[in-house]
Design a protein around this ligand. Sequence first.
Ligand code: SF4
Ligand code: SF4
Ligand code: SF4
Length: 514
Amino acid sequence: MRVKQQMAMVFNLDKCLGCNTCTIACKNVWTNREGAEYMFWNNVETKPGIGYPKQWEDQTKYRGGWIQNPGSDKPKLNQASRFWQMINLFYNPVMPQMEDYYGKGPFTFTYEDLHSHEPTKYSQPVARPKSQITGEEDISIDYAVNWEDNGGGTHEDGTGRHDVNFADMTPAARKAYLSFRDSFMMYLPRICNHCINPACVGSCPSGAAYKREEDGIVLIDQERCRGWRFCVSGCPYKKTYYNWRTGKSEKCILCYPRIETGQAPACFQACPGRIRYLGPILYDLDRVAQVANADESELVARHREIILDPNDPEVIAAARAAGVTEAWLDACRRSPVYKMVKEWEIALPLHPEFRTLPSLFYIPPESPVATASSGREGYDMAGGATVLPKLDEFRIPIEYLASMLAAGNTAEVEKALRRQLAVRAFRRNERVEGKVDAAVLKEVGLTEKQARHMHRLLALAHYHERFVIATTHTEATSSRPFIERGFVGFNELDAGKSPRRRTSFHGQGVGVES
Ligand code: SF4
Ligand code: SF4
Ligand code: SF4
C-alpha cells in the first residue's frame, strides 16, 4: 500500500441554482486578463446540452482520457501513442477549435453606448457585441459559454440531440425528453477534477503538467510548458486551455494559494447555493492503474475502493510511514468528501469511463421531488414515507444521470438517490409527524446516526463543516520524491533523471507574461 494525499471535492447538484456566481468568482480572480478571455476554469452548464466546449463529453470526437487496455494492468491514452503525438505535433486533428468554445471568438458588449446615447435619437440605446480580440463591433454571436442556459436551444432541432448522454436511449425517448424539456433540466457546474490519474499529465510531451505531491492538485508549470496543447486534447473534460498571449496552457489551480492558507477556493466560498464541499482523502497509489483499467460497470465501485479509511490502523501506519502529517490525518477523518463518497456512497464521479479517476464527485439531483405526471403539488407525505416519488417517476431520467455519473451503471445512481430520499423522509417524519421511523433508513442501508449527519451536512452545514482544509507545509514534503506523474507519460524518475524542483508556488497562469 502506497498512501497518497488528495484534496477532493463534492458538488451537490440538487442545490445548484445555476447562478454562475462561481464562474464569475473564478473569472475575476484568475482569468480576467489578455489571452484568457475565452477561458472559464469554472463553468456551469445546463443539461441536457452539449456544453463548453461543444460536445466535450464525446470522446469519439476529441479522443480524450484513457481507454481500457485488455490484457494489461493499466489503461492506455485514448490519443493512441507517442508516435501519434509526434506526427500530429503541428496539427492535432482532435483539438477543440475556438468555434467550439465561442463561435466567432470571445466578445463583450459596447456598454459605453448605453451612457453616451444622444437624447435626440429616437431609438433605445443598445450595447452591441464587440470582439474582445480584434475590437471589431457588431460581430455575429452563435455560441459561447453557458449558451444553453436554462434549456434554451436544447430542443430536438437544436443542440440537445447532440448530447451524448442520450446515446443509449432510443431516438423516440430522446425526442420525448427534449420535446418536454420544460419538465427536465439540471445544472452541471464544472472545474478541473484534479484527477488521480490525470490524462493531461499523461499526455504532456514536455513534462510541464504535474500533480503536486502534498495535495494532488494538478498544475501546469509555465516555465516548462512548450504550448504543444496535448493536455488540451488529452483532458476528456476539456479543462485545460491554451493562452494565445503567453503561448502556454493553463487550468484551474484549485486556488492553491488560498488552500495553503486554510481558505476555501474562490468559487467554493462564493457559491450561494452552498453546494460545494472540500476535504482531503487518502488513496492507495499501488492500485490506481489497475482500477483505472477495470470494466466500465465496476469503475465507480473500484474507484471507491482505492480511497482509504483514515481510521484504519493499517492505513494510519502506512500513511505515517509515507510522511502524512497528523494534521492531515485528522482532517481526513473530518472530511465531508470521505463521508459522502466512501461511507454513504451518495457522490459519484463525472464520466468515470474516461478513467482519469476524478477527485470531484457529484451528488445526483432529486429535484423536482414532486412529479409532473402525478398531479401532486410539492410534498404529499400524508401516507407516510412511501409517498415520496418512485425513482421511475423522476423527471430526470435515471439512465441520463447514469450516463453522466456512473458509466451507465443505473444501480449506483439509484442507490445515491434512494439514500437521499430516505433521509428526507426520515427527517420529515421526525419533525412534522413527531415520530422516528428508522425502517425507511434500514431499507437503504443507513443508520440513524448516519442519516442525521447526512442531513446536517447536506442541509445545514457551516463553513468549517463544508470545507475541511488540511494545509500542508512545504517543508513536510520536500524530503520526499516530489512529483506524482501520470503513470504513463515522460517520467523523469523512470528515465533516471533527477527530479525537477517542486513548483508549489510557481503554479501557472496568474499574471504570466510571455
Ligand atoms: Fe483536470 Fe483531470 Fe482534465 Fe487534467 S485530466 S485537466 S486533472 S480534469
Ligand atoms: Fe477557479 Fe479556484 Fe474554482 Fe479552480 S478552484 S475554478 S482556480 S476559483
Ligand atoms: Fe451558483 Fe453554486 Fe451552482 Fe455555481 S455551483 S451556479 S455558485 S449555486
